[in-house]
Design a protein around this ligand. Structure first.
Ligand code: C5P
Length: 201
């Protein structure tokens, strides 16, 4: 069976949690496409050109360890604005989306550019304040030393870069279900997402 679930939205809106849960529930493969840009960012911070890093990216570069730092988040949104970086990553994502047995991909441009033909499209949002608080709890919970204000500033800056870039800006597909999780519990958000998938299976 070929079945693609495309989940887009800004940082810390809940799309990763929803993507993992949907993949687990239906036995679909899951790709967090942000890891591709983070892995490119890490190589760029090590001195490689971002274009070369994207062209030579290997699945073994995608292990999550060390890719979630604030420095890599910020560099990822910078390299993600480079058209050659984005185009070098398209083929891998499209092939993944059509993998046998179903796939969930979360990111910024999955329903618009990578998989406009996806069977299910979700655009998950939440207010910047709610997202910053979630991310701040996550970061401090794993030992990082940061303030809520610094995380909120980072959320605003990444939103701006992701939404304003010329190539594949973050935007909801016209046929995406928009899910604002600001006032939702995780269970409520998952239930809404699963109902949408269920209706299309
Ligand atoms: O989702 P995550 O926060 O890990 O993504 C890191 C950065 O990678 C984002 O801020 C965005 O600039 C970029 N990205 C993108 N397109 C995607 C996924 C992530 O531009 N499909």
């Amino acid at each position: 069976m070929i079945f693609t679930v495309a989940i887009d939205g800004p940082a810390a809106a809940g799309k990763g949690t929803i993507a993992r849960a949907i993949a687990g529930r239906y036995g679909f493969a899951h790709l967090d496409s942000g890891l591709l840009y983070r892995a490119v960012a890490r190589k760029a911070l090590d001195g490689m050109s971002a274009e070369d890093a994207a062209r030579g990216l290997d699945p073994s570069d995608l292990s999550e360890a060390g890719l979630r730092t604030a420095a890599i988040s910020s560099e990822a949104s910078r390299v993600a604005a480079i058209p050659e970086v984005r185009s070098a990553l398209v083929h891998f994502q499209r092939a993944f989306a059509r993998s046998e047995g179903g796939a969930v991909i979360d990111g910024r441009d999955i329903g618009t550019v990578i998989c406009p033909e996806a069977e299910v499209k979700l655009f998950v949002t939440a207010s910047p304040e709610v997202r910053a608080e979630r991310r701040w709890k996550e970061l401090t919970g794993s030992g990082a030393d940061t303030t809520l204000d610094a995380v909120l500033a980072d959320v605003h800056e990444r939103d701006r870069r992701d939404a304003e870039r010329a190539t594949s800006p973050m935007i909801a597909a016209e046929d995406a279900l928009q899910l604002d999780t600001s006032a939702m519990s995780i269970d409520e958000a998952l239930a809404a997402a699963a109902a949408h998938v269920e209706a299309r299976l």
